[in-house]
Write a protein that binds this ligand. Structure first.
Ligand SMILES: *Cc1c(COP(=O)(O)O)cnc(C)c1O
Length: 247
């Protein structure tokens, strides 16, 4: 299979290996600085805009978890990767419309971006008949701006409040509430954003003690996220290179 779409060129493989070594060192250093066990933090390689061949190469280098943010791109990529005989854990991390739930559930092993009761219900319906409940994280809006996605902490909004969304996921037979996800808002110091997130996570955990995942931190701020308790960091550009367009 020399010219298969999932064959990676040796120079690209070397580039990915170098990126991976740098990111792994950053995570290890951040865990050491925070007095945390390195095994508590999972790195998700965010492969959006990059080809299936990069996913296969990363898996070959030991990456177990990959993230994608658009169904249209991810569905085909997941098929190509599976056809190459590689089975990473796929995390869906982008804004998701209810009419895409069925497609996403076909390949996603985890959905990190549940931010409304209606989306939780659509995913629950789509996940029925799956091998087991689909692990789902509730995405939280740290700045409370509903326009940018994320459930709203301290809001009683019946569709978008964090409490109602978490409850809808927790009680859905097709889903398993796994934790929270967030992105530091534009214009916020990551320090302030993740300190706020840690407070939200703490009160969330008092209601849902089994939902331990905290997905926070990207290429630019993973150290700070780890300091504030992230169990999953989602790393794209530091690993794969700068993306051509801003997503
Ligand atoms: C693209 C993306 C990332 C990765 O961002 P980088 O800055 O490239 O590391 C993480 N999380 C989400 C939700 C993303 O869309």
């Amino acid at each position: 299979m020399t010219d298969s779409s999932t064959t990676v060129r040796p120079d690209r493989r070397a580039e990915l290996a170098a990126g991976l070594a740098r990111v792994r060192a950053r995570i290890a250093d951040a865990c050491a600085a925070a007095g945390r066990d390195r095994a508590e933090v999972t790195m998700i390689a965010v492969t959006k805009t990059y080809p299936a061949s990069d996913v296969v190469a990363l898996a070959d280098l030991g990456v177990t978890d990959v993230g994608e943010n658009r169904d249209q791109e991810a569905a085909g990529k997941a098929d190509e990767v599976a056809a190459a005989g590689v089975t990473p854990r796929w995390h869906f991390i982008g804004r998701l419309q209810r009419n895409k739930a069925r497609s996403v559930v076909r390949y996603a092993d985890v959905v990190q971006s549940v931010d409304s009761v209606r989306l939780a219900r659509a995913l629950d319906a789509a996940a029925t008949g799956r091998d087991g409940p689909l692990p789902a994280l509730v995405q939280v809006s740290i700045d409370g701006d509903p326009a940018r996605g994320g459930a709203l902490p301290d809001s009683a909004d019946p569709d978008a409040g964090l409490g109602p969304v978490a409850e809808a996921v927790a009680t859905a037979p097709g889903l398993r509430l796994a934790g929270l996800m967030a992105v530091a808002p534009l214009g916020w110091e990551p320090e302030r954003a993740f300190a706020r997130l840690a407070e939200v996570y703490e009160s969330f955990r008092s209601v849902h003690p089994g939902a331990v995942a905290l997905s926070a931190g990207m290429s630019g701020d993973l150290e700070i996220a780890i300091r504030y308790g992230a169990t999953h960091v989602r790393v794209g550009s530091a690993l794969l290179g700068m993306r051509p367009t801003l997503r």
